[in-house]
Design a protein around this ligand. Structure first.
Ligand code: SAM
Length: 275
């Protein structure tokens, strides 16, 4: 429920002159009921929890996160947003820490602490890089869950199944140790200004890591395999040291193409390459 003492987000944007900057990937969400639904996706935010938010902007999602009772650590690059966020700090005393800076250069674990839930309407230009960084963390990861808004096409690449156009490196990286799901589709008209494409919120909870697989080996394998995704593996893995032998060792036909391999098969090959 919106807090009666807080002005509507449209007024906050007008009062602080927060015209959206394209360079900073600014597409703001102003519908507080929608924002409350996003904040509810992790299912575990209460006054014992911490949420880490990248890019609070005028603070719409931040408000919704604060309403759950959670502590919120928010990193914002655009200084123009800081006065609006200071107002939120005053409305929810002791719950909000705002850090001015570039989320790509800051240590989220140090800022938010182990067990934090990462919840963000991400700037599209850095969203995938941040996701890859969080998924590449030492496992079990320091974070408890990821609830992240992406362009719909990126969300599809995260949850894609074999033998589909969207299946590729991001699907394998995301799914080898988690079961990502699209928790909500968000129409472009929900944003101010509306972006060109539709969006979706992806929710990820870490699962047990398959034994004996080095993430670097998995990444080298998927980079080679999907680098030439229409080619047979015997061609695309030619340049990967040990690649063809690893395929043979686990009994995968080298005439298959990358997009036909299941996550489990990629993991099996990567395990041999990790040895
Ligand atoms: N959370 C707000 C909302 O839902 O309305 C704003 C989301 S907007 C898509 C992305 C936000 O990320 C903007 O406020 C932008 O200034 C901020 N941002 C862009 N690049 C950033 C970076 N590298 N580090 C931290 N914040 C960044």
């Amino acid at each position: 429920m919106p807090n009666p003492q807080l002005p509507p987000l449209r007024e906050v944007i007008a009062a602080h002159g927060l015209q959206a900057s394209k360079a900073l990937g600014q597409n703001f969400l102003l519908d507080e009921q929608l924002l409350d639904r996003i904040a509810a996706i992790p299912g575990k935010l209460d006054d014992t929890a911490t949420a880490y938010e990248v890019g609070p902007g005028p603070g719409g999602l931040t408000r919704a996160l604060l309403r759950t009772g959670a502590k919120v650590v928010a990193v914002e690059r655009d200084r123009r947003c800081l006065p609006a966020l200071a107002e939120l700090d005053a409305a929810f005393p002791g719950q909000l820490s705002v850090v001015e800076g570039d989320a790509m250069a800051l240590d989220a674990r140090e800022l938010a602490g182990d067990g934090a839930h990462i919840v963000s309407n991400l700037p599209y230009n850095v969203g995938t890089a941040l996701l890859v960084g969080w998924l590449s963390a030492e496992w079990t990861p320091w974070w408890a869950s990821l609830t992240l808004m992406f362009q719909h096409e990126v969300a599809e690449r995260i949850v894609a199944q074999p033998n589909t156009d969207h299946y590729g490196r991001l699907a394998v990286l995301s799914q080898w140790r988690s079961t990502p799901r699209i928790a909500m589709k968000v129409h472009r008209s929900a944003f101010t200004p509306p972006p060109k494409v539709m969006s979706a919120v992806v929710h990820i909870e870490p699962a047990a890591q398959p034994e004996g697989v080095d993430i670097k080996a998995l990444e080298r394998l998927t980079a080679a395999a999907f680098g030439q995704r229409r080619k047979m593996l015997r061609q695309s893995l030619k340049g990967l040291p040990g690649g063809l032998a690893a395929l043979e060792a686990v009994g995968i036909d080298s005439q298959r193409r990358a997009e036909t391999l299941s996550i489990a098969e990629f993991v099996d090959v990567a395990r041999v390459l990790s040895g």
